[in-house]
Design a protein around this ligand. Sequence first.
Ligand code: PRT
Ligand code: ZN
Length: 226
Amino acid sequence: VDKNSQRLTIAIQKSGRLSKESIALLEACGFKFSLHEARLLAHSSNQPVDLLRVRDDDIPGLVMDGVVDLGLVGENVLEEARLERQATQLPAKINILRALDFGQCRLSIAVPKEDNYRGLADLEGKRIATTYPFLLQNYLQQQGIKASTAVLTGSVEVAPRAGLADAICDLVSTGATLEANGLVEKEVIFRSTAQLIQRPEPLTAAKQAIVDQLLPRLDGVQMARE
Ligand code: PRT
Ligand code: ZN
């Protein structure tokens, strides 16, 4: 990506739960895109705007480093990246432009249903499997609980059964995955929706003009489907 490009670059998830709705929202705001499955970059045919399609985990860093101008990403991924970058002294500033009306989920601690869980204190000294170690440890610290983490980027819900952890901290939407794995949701530690974020450094006037046109349209689209 050419940092000096006059085209506004927006990072979105390439394939996953946020992809369809991210593109649909930008299209509803008047941008036209033709997407080729294999391509990282998609040009808008009617505006000086490019989409960069990447793993969702890469989006916060790309925006915080100013490699791209805007990003659409889950608040859970954004906050995890922010905490991780703060801990490692990397730039972690971001402008959150809007909370979006899709990608709703919660990050929750769940335990095996046969456990006699009475409260957070029962997690003291235990191990919790999660993809979000910074959000989890941040929460535990606030609550005064010391527990260790097992970091897994997938299959978190099988960790207790596999003997890797005593509990899990994972994203939940319907609760079906927990249920299917014999787990019960006990503590909601973070509520998330997709967010529209912007790089911390000011945009060029030309790019800012596109954002100034985008935001009222986005508000209109979200208001209309409330
Ligand atoms: O490949 P890439 O890294 O881009 O994708 P990913 O696999 O990391 O992410 P993806 O596509 O699964 O999710 C992208 C974002 O969608 C997340 O970061 C959240 O912001 C949001 N989101 C909303 C969810 C869910 N709902 C959700 N239910 N992300 C994941 N899940 C998973 C959860 O991890 C668990 O495995 O769905 C399962 C639970 O769902 P229920 O309905 O059974 O409770
Ligand atoms: Zn991811």
